[in-house]
Design a binder for this molecule. Structure first.
Ligand code: TRP
Ligand code: SF4
Length: 400
Protein backbone atom coordinates (compact mmCIF):
# COMPACT_ATOMS: atom_id res chain seq x y z
CA UNK A 1 0.00 0.00 0.00
CA UNK A 2 0.95 3.64 -0.39
CA UNK A 3 2.10 5.66 2.62
CA UNK A 4 0.34 8.79 1.45
CA UNK A 5 -3.37 9.26 1.29
CA UNK A 6 -4.55 11.95 -1.09
CA UNK A 7 -7.97 13.51 -0.78
CA UNK A 8 -9.63 15.94 -3.12
CA UNK A 9 -13.13 17.18 -3.74
CA UNK A 10 -14.87 19.05 -6.48
CA UNK A 11 -18.09 21.04 -6.34
CA UNK A 12 -20.88 19.93 -8.64
CA UNK A 13 -22.02 23.30 -9.97
CA UNK A 14 -22.14 22.81 -13.74
CA UNK A 15 -20.42 20.83 -16.45
CA UNK A 16 -16.69 20.41 -16.41
CA UNK A 17 -14.62 21.93 -19.19
CA UNK A 18 -11.12 21.58 -20.59
CA UNK A 19 -9.82 23.97 -17.93
CA UNK A 20 -10.82 21.43 -15.28
CA UNK A 21 -9.23 18.69 -17.32
CA UNK A 22 -5.86 20.44 -17.70
CA UNK A 23 -5.92 22.01 -14.23
CA UNK A 24 -7.23 19.20 -12.04
CA UNK A 25 -8.33 15.95 -13.65
CA UNK A 26 -5.10 15.16 -15.49
CA UNK A 27 -3.40 15.54 -12.17
CA UNK A 28 -5.84 13.17 -10.45
CA UNK A 29 -5.36 10.59 -13.17
CA UNK A 30 -1.62 10.73 -12.64
CA UNK A 31 -1.83 10.66 -8.84
CA UNK A 32 -4.10 7.64 -8.67
CA UNK A 33 -1.11 5.51 -9.69
CA UNK A 34 1.25 7.07 -7.20
CA UNK A 35 -0.83 7.37 -4.01
CA UNK A 36 -3.92 6.06 -2.36
CA UNK A 37 -6.55 8.49 -3.65
CA UNK A 38 -10.00 9.49 -2.51
CA UNK A 39 -11.97 11.81 -4.78
CA UNK A 40 -15.38 13.07 -3.84
CA UNK A 41 -18.29 15.12 -5.10
CA UNK A 42 -18.49 18.05 -2.70
CA UNK A 43 -22.26 18.49 -2.90
CA UNK A 44 -22.64 20.02 0.56
CA UNK A 45 -19.93 22.52 -0.34
CA UNK A 46 -21.89 23.43 -3.45
CA UNK A 47 -24.91 24.13 -1.25
CA UNK A 48 -22.99 26.72 0.75
CA UNK A 49 -23.03 28.98 -2.30
CA UNK A 50 -25.96 27.51 -4.28
CA UNK A 51 -28.51 26.97 -1.50
CA UNK A 52 -31.10 28.93 -3.46
CA UNK A 53 -30.60 26.93 -6.64
CA UNK A 54 -29.99 23.30 -5.67
CA UNK A 55 -31.27 22.02 -9.04
CA UNK A 56 -27.93 22.76 -10.62
CA UNK A 57 -26.25 20.55 -8.02
CA UNK A 58 -28.67 17.73 -8.58
CA UNK A 59 -28.12 17.90 -12.32
CA UNK A 60 -24.36 18.10 -12.06
CA UNK A 61 -23.54 15.29 -9.63
CA UNK A 62 -23.77 12.30 -11.93
CA UNK A 63 -22.53 14.19 -14.98
CA UNK A 64 -19.48 15.16 -13.01
CA UNK A 65 -18.73 11.59 -12.03
CA UNK A 66 -19.07 10.58 -15.68
CA UNK A 67 -16.68 13.41 -16.57
CA UNK A 68 -14.14 12.09 -14.06
CA UNK A 69 -14.40 8.59 -15.47
CA UNK A 70 -14.22 9.95 -19.00
CA UNK A 71 -11.03 11.80 -18.12
CA UNK A 72 -9.48 8.54 -16.98
CA UNK A 73 -10.06 8.51 -13.25
CA UNK A 74 -10.15 4.80 -12.62
CA UNK A 75 -12.32 3.31 -9.87
CA UNK A 76 -9.90 0.38 -9.68
CA UNK A 77 -7.25 2.82 -8.42
CA UNK A 78 -9.16 5.60 -6.70
CA UNK A 79 -12.13 5.68 -4.36
CA UNK A 80 -14.93 7.87 -5.73
CA UNK A 81 -17.78 8.98 -3.54
CA UNK A 82 -20.36 11.64 -2.78
CA UNK A 83 -19.92 13.73 0.34
CA UNK A 84 -23.56 13.70 1.44
CA UNK A 85 -23.59 9.89 1.28
CA UNK A 86 -21.01 9.82 4.06
CA UNK A 87 -22.88 11.66 6.80
CA UNK A 88 -19.91 11.24 9.14
CA UNK A 89 -18.49 14.37 7.47
CA UNK A 90 -21.37 16.32 9.00
CA UNK A 91 -20.89 14.77 12.40
CA UNK A 92 -17.20 15.65 12.45
CA UNK A 93 -18.01 19.14 11.20
CA UNK A 94 -20.42 19.59 14.10
CA UNK A 95 -17.99 18.26 16.69
CA UNK A 96 -15.12 20.38 15.37
CA UNK A 97 -17.38 23.44 15.41
CA UNK A 98 -17.36 23.22 19.21
CA UNK A 99 -13.68 24.09 19.34
CA UNK A 100 -13.42 26.44 16.36
CA UNK A 101 -12.94 30.09 17.30
CA UNK A 102 -15.12 32.35 15.16
CA UNK A 103 -12.17 34.61 14.49
CA UNK A 104 -10.31 31.80 12.75
CA UNK A 105 -13.17 31.39 10.29
CA UNK A 106 -13.60 35.11 9.72
CA UNK A 107 -9.92 35.43 8.94
CA UNK A 108 -9.86 32.77 6.19
CA UNK A 109 -9.09 34.93 3.13
CA UNK A 110 -11.66 33.27 0.86
CA UNK A 111 -14.46 34.29 3.24
CA UNK A 112 -14.41 37.99 2.43
CA UNK A 113 -13.06 37.48 -1.10
CA UNK A 114 -15.87 35.19 -2.17
CA UNK A 115 -18.53 37.31 -0.52
CA UNK A 116 -17.30 40.25 -2.55
CA UNK A 117 -16.88 38.25 -5.73
CA UNK A 118 -20.31 36.66 -5.48
CA UNK A 119 -21.97 39.83 -4.26
CA UNK A 120 -25.22 38.97 -6.07
CA UNK A 121 -25.68 36.17 -3.52
CA UNK A 122 -26.36 36.58 0.17
CA UNK A 123 -23.45 34.70 1.67
CA UNK A 124 -23.75 36.04 5.19
CA UNK A 125 -24.85 32.59 6.31
CA UNK A 126 -23.69 30.23 8.99
CA UNK A 127 -23.03 27.55 6.36
CA UNK A 128 -20.85 29.77 4.24
CA UNK A 129 -18.79 30.99 7.19
CA UNK A 130 -18.30 27.38 8.28
CA UNK A 131 -17.37 26.10 4.86
CA UNK A 132 -13.61 25.91 5.54
CA UNK A 133 -14.36 23.86 8.63
CA UNK A 134 -16.49 21.49 6.58
CA UNK A 135 -13.49 21.16 4.30
CA UNK A 136 -11.32 20.43 7.34
CA UNK A 137 -13.74 17.71 8.39
CA UNK A 138 -13.57 16.24 4.85
CA UNK A 139 -9.80 16.05 5.12
CA UNK A 140 -9.35 15.05 8.75
CA UNK A 141 -11.97 12.32 8.69
CA UNK A 142 -9.78 10.34 6.25
CA UNK A 143 -6.52 11.28 7.95
CA UNK A 144 -5.41 12.45 4.51
CA UNK A 145 -1.72 13.22 4.32
CA UNK A 146 -1.83 15.21 1.08
CA UNK A 147 -4.42 17.54 -0.34
CA UNK A 148 -3.84 18.77 -3.89
CA UNK A 149 -4.94 22.39 -4.06
CA UNK A 150 -4.37 25.56 -5.99
CA UNK A 151 -2.76 28.59 -4.39
CA UNK A 152 -6.08 30.07 -3.22
CA UNK A 153 -6.91 27.01 -1.12
CA UNK A 154 -3.62 26.84 0.77
CA UNK A 155 -5.03 28.87 3.69
CA UNK A 156 -7.76 26.22 4.04
CA UNK A 157 -5.15 23.54 4.54
CA UNK A 158 -3.28 25.70 7.02
CA UNK A 159 -6.58 26.24 8.85
CA UNK A 160 -7.17 22.47 8.84
CA UNK A 161 -3.76 21.89 10.39
CA UNK A 162 -4.55 24.37 13.13
CA UNK A 163 -7.87 22.68 13.84
CA UNK A 164 -6.14 19.29 14.07
CA UNK A 165 -3.55 20.68 16.45
CA UNK A 166 -6.19 22.34 18.60
CA UNK A 167 -8.24 19.15 18.72
CA UNK A 168 -5.23 17.05 19.71
CA UNK A 169 -4.22 19.61 22.27
CA UNK A 170 -7.63 19.67 23.94
CA UNK A 171 -8.59 16.00 23.65
CA UNK A 172 -5.26 14.26 23.28
CA UNK A 173 -4.44 14.25 26.98
CA UNK A 174 -4.78 10.94 28.73
CA UNK A 175 -3.84 9.73 32.17
CA UNK A 176 -0.42 8.13 32.20
CA UNK A 177 0.38 9.30 28.67
CA UNK A 178 4.16 9.38 29.13
CA UNK A 179 4.29 5.87 30.54
CA UNK A 180 2.06 4.54 27.80
CA UNK A 181 4.13 6.30 25.15
CA UNK A 182 7.36 4.90 26.59
CA UNK A 183 5.85 1.44 26.61
CA UNK A 184 4.84 1.90 22.98
CA UNK A 185 8.41 2.93 22.11
CA UNK A 186 9.67 -0.37 23.49
CA UNK A 187 7.26 -2.23 21.25
CA UNK A 188 9.13 -0.90 18.22
CA UNK A 189 11.99 -3.28 18.97
CA UNK A 190 15.32 -2.16 20.35
CA UNK A 191 16.89 -0.84 17.14
CA UNK A 192 13.91 1.18 16.02
CA UNK A 193 13.16 2.30 19.57
CA UNK A 194 16.65 3.76 19.79
CA UNK A 195 16.30 5.50 16.44
CA UNK A 196 12.88 6.89 17.43
CA UNK A 197 14.27 8.25 20.69
CA UNK A 198 17.23 9.87 18.91
CA UNK A 199 15.06 11.51 16.28
CA UNK A 200 12.62 12.73 18.93
CA UNK A 201 15.43 14.29 20.94
CA UNK A 202 16.89 15.93 17.85
CA UNK A 203 13.52 17.47 17.05
CA UNK A 204 12.67 18.54 20.58
CA UNK A 205 16.09 19.89 21.52
CA UNK A 206 17.29 21.29 18.21
CA UNK A 207 14.02 21.85 16.35
CA UNK A 208 15.32 19.60 13.60
CA UNK A 209 12.34 19.22 11.21
CA UNK A 210 14.09 16.58 9.17
CA UNK A 211 14.40 14.42 12.24
CA UNK A 212 10.69 14.87 12.84
CA UNK A 213 9.88 13.82 9.29
CA UNK A 214 12.17 10.78 9.53
CA UNK A 215 10.53 9.74 12.78
CA UNK A 216 7.09 10.06 11.23
CA UNK A 217 8.22 8.00 8.25
CA UNK A 218 9.57 5.39 10.64
CA UNK A 219 6.17 5.19 12.35
CA UNK A 220 4.35 5.01 9.03
CA UNK A 221 6.27 1.86 8.23
CA UNK A 222 5.32 0.07 11.45
CA UNK A 223 2.50 -2.24 10.46
CA UNK A 224 2.12 -4.01 13.76
CA UNK A 225 1.49 -1.03 16.06
CA UNK A 226 -1.99 -0.73 17.47
CA UNK A 227 -3.88 2.38 16.52
CA UNK A 228 -3.69 3.82 20.02
CA UNK A 229 0.06 3.28 20.25
CA UNK A 230 0.58 4.84 16.86
CA UNK A 231 -1.32 7.95 17.96
CA UNK A 232 0.69 8.10 21.16
CA UNK A 233 3.99 7.82 19.34
CA UNK A 234 3.05 10.52 16.84
CA UNK A 235 1.88 12.76 19.67
CA UNK A 236 4.92 12.00 21.79
CA UNK A 237 7.22 13.28 19.05
CA UNK A 238 5.88 16.78 19.06
CA UNK A 239 4.38 17.31 22.45
CA UNK A 240 2.77 15.36 25.14
CA UNK A 241 -0.62 14.29 23.84
CA UNK A 242 -2.13 11.64 21.60
CA UNK A 243 -2.43 12.57 17.97
CA UNK A 244 -6.00 11.74 17.15
CA UNK A 245 -6.30 13.86 14.02
CA UNK A 246 -3.29 14.14 11.75
CA UNK A 247 -2.18 17.26 9.99
CA UNK A 248 -2.39 17.18 6.19
CA UNK A 249 0.06 18.77 3.79
CA UNK A 250 -0.99 20.98 0.93
CA UNK A 251 0.20 19.51 -2.35
CA UNK A 252 0.49 22.61 -4.48
CA UNK A 253 -0.65 21.96 -8.02
CA UNK A 254 0.50 24.26 -10.78
CA UNK A 255 -2.32 26.54 -11.79
CA UNK A 256 -3.82 25.59 -15.09
CA UNK A 257 -2.71 27.83 -17.88
CA UNK A 258 -5.58 26.60 -19.98
CA UNK A 259 -6.72 29.61 -21.99
CA UNK A 260 -10.35 30.01 -22.93
CA UNK A 261 -11.75 30.90 -26.33
CA UNK A 262 -11.11 34.60 -25.72
CA UNK A 263 -7.60 34.30 -24.30
CA UNK A 264 -8.64 34.78 -20.68
CA UNK A 265 -8.43 31.83 -18.31
CA UNK A 266 -11.06 29.25 -19.26
CA UNK A 267 -13.96 29.69 -16.89
CA UNK A 268 -17.71 29.26 -16.92
CA UNK A 269 -18.17 32.82 -15.72
CA UNK A 270 -16.31 34.18 -18.76
CA UNK A 271 -18.44 32.08 -21.08
CA UNK A 272 -15.33 30.97 -22.99
CA UNK A 273 -15.27 27.24 -22.36
CA UNK A 274 -15.21 24.00 -24.28
CA UNK A 275 -16.86 21.32 -22.17
CA UNK A 276 -15.12 18.05 -21.58
CA UNK A 277 -17.37 15.97 -23.81
CA UNK A 278 -18.69 18.67 -26.12
CA UNK A 279 -19.75 17.30 -29.50
CA UNK A 280 -17.33 17.61 -32.39
CA UNK A 281 -19.34 19.99 -34.52
CA UNK A 282 -19.71 22.44 -31.67
CA UNK A 283 -16.00 22.30 -30.78
CA UNK A 284 -15.01 22.96 -34.39
CA UNK A 285 -17.43 25.83 -34.64
CA UNK A 286 -16.29 27.44 -31.41
CA UNK A 287 -12.64 27.37 -32.43
CA UNK A 288 -13.35 28.44 -36.00
CA UNK A 289 -15.19 31.52 -34.71
CA UNK A 290 -12.60 32.37 -32.04
CA UNK A 291 -11.23 35.91 -32.19
CA UNK A 292 -7.71 36.29 -33.57
CA UNK A 293 -5.21 39.14 -33.69
CA UNK A 294 -7.57 42.11 -34.11
CA UNK A 295 -5.04 43.83 -36.41
CA UNK A 296 -5.27 40.97 -38.88
CA UNK A 297 -8.40 41.99 -40.73
CA UNK A 298 -7.67 40.74 -44.23
CA UNK A 299 -5.98 37.50 -45.19
CA UNK A 300 -3.11 39.56 -46.62
CA UNK A 301 -2.47 41.44 -43.33
CA UNK A 302 0.42 40.10 -41.30
CA UNK A 303 -0.43 39.10 -37.75
CA UNK A 304 1.20 38.95 -34.35
CA UNK A 305 0.63 35.67 -32.51
CA UNK A 306 1.26 37.36 -29.17
CA UNK A 307 -2.00 39.21 -29.61
CA UNK A 308 -3.98 36.13 -30.60
CA UNK A 309 -5.81 33.69 -28.29
CA UNK A 310 -5.43 30.91 -30.87
CA UNK A 311 -1.69 31.11 -30.37
CA UNK A 312 -2.20 30.36 -26.67
CA UNK A 313 -4.07 27.22 -27.61
CA UNK A 314 -1.15 26.23 -29.84
CA UNK A 315 1.03 26.45 -26.72
CA UNK A 316 -1.12 23.81 -25.05
CA UNK A 317 -1.78 21.56 -28.02
CA UNK A 318 0.85 21.89 -30.74
CA UNK A 319 4.28 20.41 -31.41
CA UNK A 320 7.28 22.69 -31.88
CA UNK A 321 7.04 22.14 -35.60
CA UNK A 322 3.39 23.15 -35.79
CA UNK A 323 4.04 26.18 -33.63
CA UNK A 324 6.85 27.29 -35.94
CA UNK A 325 4.60 26.84 -38.95
CA UNK A 326 1.85 28.90 -37.31
CA UNK A 327 4.14 31.66 -36.11
CA UNK A 328 5.91 32.09 -39.41
CA UNK A 329 2.70 31.78 -41.39
CA UNK A 330 1.04 34.38 -39.22
CA UNK A 331 3.89 36.90 -39.25
CA UNK A 332 4.29 36.61 -43.03
CA UNK A 333 0.60 36.32 -43.88
CA UNK A 334 1.55 32.99 -45.39
CA UNK A 335 -1.42 31.22 -43.82
CA UNK A 336 -4.94 32.27 -43.03
CA UNK A 337 -6.45 32.13 -39.57
CA UNK A 338 -8.78 29.27 -40.45
CA UNK A 339 -5.78 27.25 -41.62
CA UNK A 340 -3.92 28.16 -38.45
CA UNK A 341 -6.80 26.97 -36.29
CA UNK A 342 -7.15 23.56 -37.94
CA UNK A 343 -4.33 21.78 -36.05
CA UNK A 344 -5.77 23.11 -32.78
CA UNK A 345 -9.23 21.81 -33.70
CA UNK A 346 -7.72 18.43 -34.60
CA UNK A 347 -5.77 18.25 -31.35
CA UNK A 348 -8.73 19.15 -29.13
CA UNK A 349 -10.90 16.59 -30.90
CA UNK A 350 -8.19 13.96 -30.54
CA UNK A 351 -7.92 14.70 -26.84
CA UNK A 352 -11.66 14.43 -26.39
CA UNK A 353 -12.25 11.31 -28.48
CA UNK A 354 -11.18 8.76 -25.85
CA UNK A 355 -13.06 10.76 -23.23
CA UNK A 356 -16.26 10.67 -25.25
CA UNK A 357 -15.79 6.95 -25.86
CA UNK A 358 -15.26 6.14 -22.19
CA UNK A 359 -18.21 8.28 -21.23
CA UNK A 360 -20.46 6.46 -23.70
CA UNK A 361 -19.95 3.24 -21.82
CA UNK A 362 -21.37 4.86 -18.70
CA UNK A 363 -24.13 6.75 -20.48
CA UNK A 364 -25.30 3.47 -22.02
CA UNK A 365 -25.37 1.82 -18.61
CA UNK A 366 -25.91 4.33 -15.81
CA UNK A 367 -26.04 1.49 -13.28
CA UNK A 368 -22.25 1.19 -13.72
CA UNK A 369 -21.77 4.69 -12.38
CA UNK A 370 -24.20 4.13 -9.51
CA UNK A 371 -22.31 0.99 -8.53
CA UNK A 372 -18.92 2.70 -8.65
CA UNK A 373 -20.23 5.39 -6.33
CA UNK A 374 -21.99 2.90 -4.05
CA UNK A 375 -18.71 0.99 -3.66
CA UNK A 376 -16.75 4.17 -3.09
CA UNK A 377 -19.20 5.45 -0.49
CA UNK A 378 -19.01 2.18 1.36
CA UNK A 379 -15.20 2.29 1.46
CA UNK A 380 -15.22 5.93 2.49
CA UNK A 381 -17.74 5.31 5.28
CA UNK A 382 -15.60 2.56 6.66
CA UNK A 383 -12.55 4.83 6.86
CA UNK A 384 -14.58 7.74 8.20
CA UNK A 385 -16.15 5.47 10.80
CA UNK A 386 -12.75 4.52 12.19
CA UNK A 387 -11.79 8.14 12.75
CA UNK A 388 -15.17 8.97 14.23
CA UNK A 389 -14.80 6.18 16.76
CA UNK A 390 -11.57 7.76 18.01
CA UNK A 391 -13.03 11.26 17.92
CA UNK A 392 -16.16 10.31 19.87
CA UNK A 393 -14.07 8.50 22.42
CA UNK A 394 -11.70 11.43 22.82
CA UNK A 395 -14.61 13.84 23.26
CA UNK A 396 -16.27 11.67 25.83
CA UNK A 397 -19.12 10.53 23.58
CA UNK A 398 -18.58 6.80 23.49
CA UNK A 399 -21.06 5.92 26.21
CA UNK A 400 -24.22 3.97 25.45
N1 TRP B 1 -13.07 23.64 -1.47
C1 TRP B 1 -12.91 22.94 -2.71
C2 TRP B 1 -13.44 23.83 -3.82
O1 TRP B 1 -14.15 24.76 -3.54
C3 TRP B 1 -13.63 21.63 -2.73
C4 TRP B 1 -13.34 20.81 -1.55
C5 TRP B 1 -14.18 20.55 -0.54
C6 TRP B 1 -12.13 20.14 -1.24
N2 TRP B 1 -13.59 19.75 0.39
C7 TRP B 1 -12.34 19.48 -0.01
C8 TRP B 1 -10.90 20.03 -1.88
C9 TRP B 1 -11.34 18.74 0.59
C10 TRP B 1 -9.90 19.30 -1.27
C11 TRP B 1 -10.12 18.65 -0.04
O2 TRP B 1 -13.16 23.56 -4.95
FE1 SF4 C 1 -3.87 33.98 -34.66
FE2 SF4 C 1 -3.00 32.06 -36.25
FE3 SF4 C 1 -4.50 34.04 -37.23
FE4 SF4 C 1 -2.02 34.51 -36.46
S1 SF4 C 1 -2.66 33.17 -38.12
S2 SF4 C 1 -3.78 35.77 -36.00
S3 SF4 C 1 -1.82 33.14 -34.71
S4 SF4 C 1 -5.12 32.51 -35.78
Amino acid sequence: MFADRVLSGMRPTGSLHLGHYHGVLKNWVQMQHEHECLFFVADWHALTTHYDNPQVIEQSVWDMVVDWLAAGVDPAHATLFIQSRVPEHAELHLLLSMITPLGWLERVPTYKDQQEKLSEKDLSTYGFLGYPLLQSADILIYRATQVPVGEDQVPHIEFTREIARRFNHIYGREIGFEEKAEAAVKKLGSKKAKLYAELRTRFQEQGDDEALESAKALLDEQQSLSHGDRERLFGYLEGSGKMILSEPQAMLTVASKMPGLDGQKMSKSYNNTITLREDEASVSKKIRTMPTDPARIRRTDVGNPDRCPVWQLHQVYSSEQTKQWAEQGCKSAGIGCIECKQPVIDAVLAEQRPMRERAQLYLDDPALVRNIIADGCEKARKLAGETMRDVREAMGLSYG
